[in-house]
Write a protein that binds this ligand. Sequence first.
Ligand SMILES: [Cu+2]
Length: 346
Amino acid sequence: MKTRFEYGRPGVQAGVKLIGIAVLLAALLLLAVSPAQAQDPDSVSVASASLIDTNGEQVGLGLFMQEGEHVFVQAVVYGMPPGFHGIHLHETGLCETPDFTSAGPHYNPDDVQHPDHAGDFPNLLLLDGGVGFLSFHTDRFSVDEILSGDGSALIVHENQNNFANIPERYGDPDEETLSAGDSGARLACGVVFDPRDAKIILPGQEEPADGTIVEVASADDRFSTLVTALQAADLVETLEGEGPFTVFAPTNDAFEALPEGTLDDLLLPENQQQLADILLYHVVPEEVLAADVAQLQSADTVLGPPVQIRVENDQVFINDAEVILTDIKASNGVIHVIDAVLIPPD
Ligand SMILES: [Cu+2]
C-alpha cells in the first residue's frame, strides 16, 4: 500500500512516497490535539517527516507536535537493520540520495557542543524485524523553528550515538565523536514539513488534476500557440467539456515548424473550419494513458480519421510526430506532447 504526495512548500524536493500507515499516524496525531485547538487546525504546530532510505524507498515517518513549551516527537521506522541507531534532526530540509549530506550537520542553532545540540535525540532501537518506534519530549526547539528557514531533516544513522560519552580512561575523543557521537553513515532522511502543506494522495485515489485540458494547456507556456488556435477554432468549450479526451498537443515549436504562413492562414476567420478539423485530429474521445498508447496501432480521433501509432526504439510516434512528454493529467483527460502538428488525410 503506497501513497504519493508532493510538498507544498517551495524549494523542497517533491515526489516522495508515504505509506498508508504513515498517513494514518499523521491523522491520529492531528486528532490527538485538544478539542479547543482542533477547531482551528492552523493554531496547532505540527510537522512530519517521511523517511526515505538511500534508494529512495520509504522506511518510516517522524512526527512533531508542539505541546506548550515542549515538542512531542515520535518516529516509526521499518525495513532497516536491527539494533540501536542514532537519530537526529539535521539543519537543512533537503534529503538527496545517496548519502544525505545535503541535510548538513546537526540542527544546532545555539552553536553548542554535542550532545547538547537541539537536534540530538535519544537513540532509536529497531527490533529483530527491523521495526522500531521512538517517542519522547524535547524542549530544545519548537515546531515552528524546525519548519522555518531552510527547514530541517530527520536523519537515521547506521550506528548508535554515543553522545560523546567517552570516559577519560579511554583517552581524548576525536572530532567525529565530539560533533556527532560516531553515529556513522546516514541511512535514512526525511524533510520536515507541515502536513497541511502536503498534497496527500491515498492508494486508489486519483491524483487531483489542476484543471481542464484547456486550463492545463493555458497555464503552460509551451502550448500558447495551441491555445490561440483552439480559441480561433472555437474549440475551447468543447475541450472544457466532460470528456474524457486525450489530446496530442503540439508545442509552439511544432507550430512554428509548419511551412511559412500556414499558421497565419489557418488563424484567419475564413479558415476556421479547416483549423478546427486539424485540431480535432489531435483529439481522441477517450482517455489513453502513455502505457496504453504504446499498445495501440491507431486511435480514432474526434475528427473521424484515426491517427497511426507506432513505437520505434522506445519512442512513440503519432503519425510522424514524436511523443516527447506523456501523461499530463487534466480533470477531463490527458495531454501527450508531440513535436509536430498532425495533418489530417484529405
Ligand atoms: Cu545525525
